[in-house]
Design a protein around this ligand. Structure first.
Ligand code: ATP
Length: 361
């Protein structure tokens, strides 16, 4: 996303957070956050017509040169309940106070809109140069443990490391987790992290014990390169193929579809023939097949995905009726018989299939 050009003679408007980090790194930003130092609702009509206001958060949407732009007020926050959403303590605080509520120094940079000046209260530029993620204070992960997963996401996205004290704070927190936290945000960060499809992210997640944020039940790294697997077999819910491996997901609120994908994979036992493999996986999401492959037998999952799933029988119920076979549970038996033969000989034509039916029934 491009940085929006705004004419500002108040000198109080700042690009802030990830967008400044991305600009200094020379990478594209997902979104552009703009903050007014002071109360944006009271002052941002100078940039255009106000079309929406949210007084609780001090945010305002303004039409600037026919473009909708969101302005936030500088705000400070407190954590009355550690691990849960913060509460806004002041709207219209100083830029410095606003910056201090943020997660990492590299995400706490501001750039003045009027002259492009970088405002760096926390040495974020130095950390950016050294590719380090550093929290702003020692209570950071206690206030908001999702920052540990955010840290993992940024480490992988930008190839950064944790600064030493930050690493120690992470270790310390993971040894003594307060499970009374907002798991909704944990889920959101897990999705964003693992949708990057990174084996490195998963290895760090497991080896550093970050998985314990989801559940304390011990979890070992499976012996499969999931990143490569997912590149070969693309799926919609990449993150589920990683997170679905955790033995206990009871803290994470899964949608019905997500739950089914995981349960389907977990219900399948040993599969001993192509027919059993086909019957077990037919109609399941690829995510489920991959989860089974990673936890049980990769060869079996690949056999299905590479070969068996492309095999379909051509004979239909209508064809059976034409042959004079009345609809009954027998139909399933017939279809299964055709399938068994076709799995052995995928070149069977429809005529071959019909001949088989005539021969057997
Ligand atoms: P992305 O490129 O993923 O959007 P981002 O840094 O812009 O990265 P957002 O989640 O959009 O990430 O958050 C915007 C900014 O808000 C961050 O740069 C950071 O300053 C602040 N922020 C977001 N989440 C937290 C958090 N959990 N704790 C503290 N500050 C946060």
């Amino acid at each position: 996303m491009d940085i929006i050009k705004i004419y500002d003679n108040s000198n109080k408007l700042y690009y802030i957070g990830g967008v400044v980090r991305d600009k200094l790194l020379g990478v594209e930003s997902f979104d552009v956050d703009i903050t007014f130092e002071g109360n944006a609702i009271e002052h941002c009509s100078q940039f255009g017509e106000i079309i929406q206001e949210n007084p609780d958060f001090g945010t305002v949407r303004v039409l600037v040169n026919n473009k909708e732009v969101d302005f936030a007020s500088t705000r400070s926050e407190i954590y009355p309940q550690k691990g849960h959403l913060p509460v806004v303590s002041k709207i219209g605080c100083s830029l410095k106070e606003d910056v201090m509520r943020r997660d990492f120094t590299v995400n706490a940079l501001a750039m003045r809109v009027s002259d492009g000046e970088i405002i760096d209260y926390v040495n974020g530029q130095e950390d950016l140069k050294n590719k380090l993620l550093r929290v702003l204070h020692n209570e950071s992960f206690i206030d908001d443990p999702t920052r540990i997963i955010r840290g993992l996401k940024f480490r992988v996205r930008f190839d950064f490391d944790l600064e030493e004290n930050t690493r120690k704070l992470q270790e310390k927190y993971l040894e003594n987790i307060n499970y009374d936290m907002s798991f909704k945000r944990v889920k959101k960060e897990l999705m964003e992290t693992f949708n990057l499809n990174s084996q490195r992210a998963f290895e760090l997640f497991v080896n550093e014990g970050i998985y314990k944020l989801v559940s304390p039940i011990k979890f070992e790294l499976p012996n499969v390169n999931i990143e490569e697997l997912l590149r070969k077999y693309p799926v919609d819910n990449i993150w589920l193929v990683y997170v679905g491996l955790l033995p206990d997901l009871s803290n994470i609120e899964l949608t019905k579809t997500e739950r089914n994908i995981i349960d389907d994979a977990r219900q399948i036992g040993e599969l001993n023939s192509d027919f059993e493999i086909y019957k077990a996986f037919d109609g399941l999401a690829i995510e489920s097949v991959l989860l089974y492959g990673i936890t049980h037998n990769l060869g079996t999952a690949k056999r299905y995905l590479d070969d068996l799933r492309h095999i379909k029988i051509s004979v239909s119920g209508e064809n059976l009726l034409t042959l004079g076979i009345q609809p009954s549970p027998k139909y399933q038996e017939i279809f299964d018989n055709i399938l068994k033969s076709k799995l052995q000989n995928p070149n069977m034509t429809k005529e071959d299939e019909l001949n088989l039916v005539k021969k057997l029934f």
